[in-house]
Design a protein around this ligand. Structure first.
Ligand code: ZN
Length: 298
């Protein structure tokens, strides 16, 4: 059993180092620089970094989150990506052990981490990563399940692309713009190819729940800050009536709940029309949905 922990240790170390490399990929893909050249430097002062500035997580702690030369704050993104990659690598190894599946999942998770961070930072997603993930998804399903795997994988890809495009274009009648970026369709398509037609349905459902958990509080916080107290007030009323109906179910409490729900929905839809919600953080949500399903399904 000991060798198992020994390998786990080195898988985690590999995750830390690759996480550090993904930070470089993220930074350079946002600034359109080559990944290999130039050598790592401070994005602010351009000073070339010493070797000990590049140790994952540890350097951030030793430098107290500041550049050694110009004292510019180093983004918390760096240690977060390193730790996240380490945790995901460790969990993947614990779940699937030494197997081909582990290798595939590590690559998929890596792609999702990179795309999630660039999406969160600048709403930019390199669709090539999603395409590579999708191709590997088809390949994996063919190796694991043969012709049936190929069919389900292709149907999953197609189903996700259609579902996401329908949803994205539903934004036109309401807000005269796409509800989601094109990259979301690529990423969802890749997940469809990976999880197959049936497997991807819970992935999309979890993603939807995750994005609502993120977007709803942000929406109401923005409204509250902008002085639109009515919409927050109606949300609170809806919450109170939900509680009343839960503990005292009756026709009257149900009617009150429905009325407050309709009122809240009208206010929210009116506000979406004003363009307050112009960003639906779906790549991070797809990442969360995929991780939940990597753990429970495969
Ligand atoms: Zn600097």
């Amino acid at each position: 059993m000991d060798w198992h922990y020994y390998i786990l240790f080195w898988v985690c170390i590999a995750g830390l180092c690759l996480g550090s490399f993904y930070n470089v990929v993220i930074l350079r893909s946002l600034s359109n620089e080559s990944i290999v050249f130039p050598p790592s430097k401070c994005p602010k002062c351009g000073h070339k970094l010493y070797a000990w500035h590049n140790i994952p997580v540890l350097s951030y702690i030793l430098l107290r989150g500041k550049c050694y030369f110009c004292k510019e704050k180093i983004s918390i993104q760096y240690p977060i990506v390193e730790l996240l990659t380490m945790v995901m690598f460790g969990l993947t190894f614990l779940k699937f052990g030494i197997s081909l599946k582990t290798l595939f999942v590590l690559i998929w998770v890596s792609g999702l981490i990179i795309m999630t961070v660039t999406d969160l930072k600048e709403k930019v997603v390199d669709c090539n990563i999603a395409i590579i993930m999708g191709v590997l998804g088809i390949l994996y399903n063919v190796i694991a399940y043969g012709w049936r795997g190929l069919g389900l994988s292709l149907l999953g890809l197609l189903g996700c692309v259609i579902a996401l495009e329908l949803f994205a274009r539903s934004g036109y009648p309401v807000a005269k713009t796409r509800a989601m970026g094109e990259a979301d369709t690529y990423v969802a398509g890749a997940l469809g190819a990976i999880f197959g037609l049936y497997g991807v349905i819970p992935v999309l459902l979890y993603s939807l729940i995750c994005s609502l958990v993120i977007i709803i509080p942000i929406f109401f916080y923005k409204k509250f800050k902008n002085g639109d107290r009515m919409i927050c007030f109606s949300a609170i009323i809806f919450g109170v009536f939900t509680g009343i109906y839960y503990y005292f179910p009756s026709i009257i409490s149900l009617a009150l709940l429905a009325l407050s729900g309709v009122y809240l929905a009208i206010r929210v839809i009116k506000n979406i029309g004003r363009g307050d919600v112009n960003y639906f953080p779906f790549v991070p949500a797809l990442f969360a949905g995929a991780v939940i399903c990597f753990c429970t399904l495969i």
